[in-house]
Write a protein that binds this ligand. Structure first.
Ligand code: PGA
Length: 250
């Protein structure tokens, strides 16, 4: 049985003050949704604050990206070993905003995935097609290509300690969600690709849905057989909404 994971990707939002309020709200409301694992992903500069506020709770935290390199002359970057200093459990890799706005290729994403594993921080690998790719009917081949880059570099066993997030790019921040069946179809496809390499690992790997998941649609989405939680952007910035999504997964 895969425990559901509801992860809040805060992106480049928040302030010390708003984050304190948000975390307090999440902590206050976390007990009734304890069946679901919660995790939050603040901007790097608030990592220390988040660690202080969440240490000793059951809520996990991590970052929205990391460098593929372990140290060195890479101005502005943050390395895997630094995440260990703040006890990050997870790191998001290959988010579509990183791929499209910062030019991260499948190879770079695979190396970032490897860098996370090297320091025992669990990667959450994001995959997903653009609207153009969906309209061309190539969703599966796009997702397969993104997944294969990581599987070829790190192997199927790496997914014993990793999570996948399927995020159709056309549904991110747009208010347009994939229908539960559309999402399930891609999730099942991803699991089938993992199964080709190991049915044992495939059965254990959590596959989250991301892209305008809200309290109103979370229950239907998470009721699907291969949807094991959500990677939530906008709705993770309000404790009430974030917790309502978690409740839908209980
Ligand atoms: P959204 O973002 O929930 O605001 O669509 C999801 C994500 O990009 O992780």
């Amino acid at each position: 049985m895969r425990r559901k994971l509801v992860a809040g990707n805060w992106k480049m939002n928040g302030s010390a003050e708003s984050i304190r309020t948000l975390l307090q709200g999440i902590k206050d409301g976390a007990a009734p949704v304890a069946a679901v694992e919660l995790a939050v992903f603040p901007p790097f500069v608030y990592l220390s604050l988040v660690e202080q506020q969440l240490s000793g709770t059951a809520i996990s935290w991590g970052t929205q990206t990391l460098s593929e390199h372990a140290s060195g002359a890479y101005t502005g970057e943050v390395a895997g070993p630094m995440l260990n200093d703040f006890h990050c459990a997870y790191v998001i890799v290959g988010h579509s905003e990183r791929r499209t706005l910062y030019g991260e290729t499948d190879d770079v994403v695979a190396r970032k995935f490897a860098a996370a594993r090297k320091v025992c921080v669990k990667p959450i690998l994001c995959v997903g097609e653009t609207l153009e790719e969906r309209d061309q009917g190539i969703t599966e081949s796009v997702v397969e290509r993104q997944l294969k880059a990581v599987l070829d570099l790190e192997g199927i066993e790496a997914f014993n300690d990793a999570v996948i997030a399927y995020e159709p790019v056309w549904a991110i921040g747009t208010g347009r969600t994939a229908s539960p069946q559309q999402a399930q179809d891609v999730h099942a496809f991803i699991r089938a690709k993992l199964t080709e390499r190991s049915s044992e690992v495939a059965a254990k790997t959590r596959i989250l849905y991301g892209g305008s998941m809200k309290p109103a649609n979370a229950k239907e989405l998470m009721a699907m057989a291969d949807i094991d939680g959500g990677l939530i952007g906008g709705a993770s910035l309000e404790a009430k909404e974030f917790l309502a999504i978690a409740q839908a997964g209980c």
